[in-house]
Design a binder for this molecule. Structure first.
Ligand SMILES: Nc1ncnc2c1ncn2[C@@H]1O[C@H](COP(=O)(O)OP(=O)(O)O)[C@@H](O)[C@H]1O
Ligand SMILES: [Mg+2]
Length: 240
């Protein structure tokens, strides 16, 4: 008898089951249901696209997957662990492995802090036993991984381009050794020429580090370059 492959929950870095999410508006019949019974899963090393018009619930879905917002119903599994039912300790331990970069490079880093200092905070948190020079080496390696000159670590956000800041936001996320990353419209505020470089970088990192990525965009052609699977949210279905 042919052996059946049984897919395990742990085959996915993230898996959502039967998510329902709504926001209640003012007045009767004015609630907005973003989705009902939505399920999705992302495997290590896979980039799944999330497409849909502005306001259809893409960012909300990314946030639910990261446990930054709660669904009305449904479950989210991180590496096979039911996050909504997990204890605080378990959730805290898993938290750094689930990261996000968002659309607005301008608000990714505090304006009065050198970007290197922001990265240093993460390096120190993750490697408390490192010595002085070791910190710098880790930060330089983090900059190098996103193809940035380490000299840029000594700049303030305002002294960097949008593309450079977005790369540093990615470097900061990578310092946590994530298994899953939500990239929420990561290139929509960037010049067209810079967009392709960031997408190529995400593709390389997914493959090299085996990170599962949910790439959110309202640009279908961009998703078609990066993703094998694209999930579409439609706003017209959402009204009740
Ligand atoms: N906290 C909230 N309270 C009420 N409505 C919200 C809240 N957050 C988002 N929404 C609404 O939910 C819809 C989806 O938002 P969002 O997920 O940001 O969409 P997208 O990322 O696809 O543009 C929007 O209509 C938005 O106004
Ligand atoms: Mg959004």
């Amino acid at each position: 008898m042919a052996e059946q492959r049984v897919e395990k929950m742990a085959d996915y870095c993230i898996r959502a089951e039967n998510l329902t999410k709504s926001f209640s508006g003012k007045g009767r019949n004015n609630s907005k249901v973003l989705y009902r019974d939505l399920s999705l899963a992302v495997r290590p090393g896979e980039i799944v696209g999330l497409f849909g018009p502005s306001g259809c619930g893409k960012s909300t879905l990314g946030d639910i997957l990261l446990s930054l917002q709660l669904p009305d119903r449904g479950n989210v599994f991180w590496n096979g662990v039911n996050v909504l039912q997990a204890g605080r300790k378990k959730r805290k331990a898993l938290r750094p492995l689930f990261q996000k970069i968002h659309q607005d490079p301008g608000s990714s880093f505090p304006p009065h802090q050198l970007v290197g200092e922001a990265l240093y905070d993460i390096v120190r948190l993750r490697n408390p036993a490192l010595a002085g020079e070791g910190y710098r080496q880790q930060m330089a390696a983090a900059a190098q991984e996103v193809h940035l000159d380490e000299k840029l670590l000594d700049r303030y956000p305002i002294q960097l381009s949008g593309g450079e800041i977005q790369r540093f936001a990615l470097a900061r996320a990578l310092l946590n050794n994530p298994v899953f990353l939500v990239a929420d419209e990561p290139t929509s505020r960037l010049d067209y020429s810079v967009q392709a470089n960031i997408i190529r970088l995400l593709m390389r990192l997914a493959e090299k580090r085996r990170i599962g990525i949910l790439l959110i965009s309202h640009d279908r052609s961009l998703l078609q370059v990066a993703c094998e699977r694209i999930m579409t949210l439609k706003e017209e279905d959402n009204k009740i």
